[in-house]
Design a protein around this ligand. Structure first.
Ligand code: SF4
Ligand code: SF4
Length: 189
């Protein structure tokens, strides 16, 4: 016969504890089912929240977006200086700008300004670099397409030449003061 370990104890859970646990589990199950069904039935009395996007919304969704929403990027080439800072800042090379000296016009022209919105991660680094606000975020976000190349936005058409914008230089304080004095003198006369 196998000998009992001197320290082993014959432990038995008292019956009343087993009963209490059993009834407590039933109580928990009933209350949680009741709680769940209360939420389910409360939805029968609420207004439905289904939004029939995109064709049956009360307002176009882009008009309901917050003012600082980052949608697709847009470029105003007419105020772009062709500094290429946005291109250099983009960490994933979404922006391609081409500019060169035009022999006909005898000055620098931009011939390409593309942004690959399929690659863009909307970080905003390019917009922060731009000194003229030529590149900015819009609230446009709808452009589903079956061809990923459609997401390369071209802001300068093929064959088009855009003369880079020149930021007007600030007048020196002495020159500005002289101009103001001259204008005041003219008024007196
Ligand atoms: S938002 Fe960011 S990722 Fe997109 S083009 Fe600008 S710098 Fe590149
Ligand atoms: S969009 Fe702005 S940062 Fe980019 S090249 Fe033009 S002026 Fe420079």
């Amino acid at each position: 016969m196998r000998e009992r370990h001197p320290r082993s104890v014959n432990f038995e859970i008292p019956r009343y504890i087993l009963f209490m646990t059993y009834f407590s589990n039933i109580k928990t199950a009933v209350s949680t089912v009741f709680e769940g069904m209360t939420i389910t039935f409360s939805h029968l009395l609420r207004e439905p929240m289904t939004i029939q996007y995109p064709d049956r919304t009360p307002l176009p969704v882009k008009d309901t977006l917050p003012p600082r929403y980052r949608g697709f990027l847009c470029v105003r080439p007419e105020i772009c200086t062709a500094c290429t800072l946005c291109q250099k800042t983009c960490p994933i090379d979404c922006i391609v700008i081409e500019h060169s000296k035009d022999e006909e016009l005898k000055q620098r022209v931009m011939t390409r300004f593309d942004i690959d919105m399929a690659k863009c991660m909307f970080c905003g680094l390019c917009t922060e670099q731009c000194s003229t606000g030529a590149i900015y975020f819009t609230n446009e976000f709808e452009a589903s397409t079956s061809n990923i190349k459609d997401l390369v936005f071209k802001f300068i058409k093929q064959g088009e030449k855009v003369i880079p914008y020149k930021i007007p230089r600030k007048k020196k304080p002495a020159a500005a003061a002289a101009e103001t004095q001259a204008a005041a003198k003219e008024k007196k006369e």
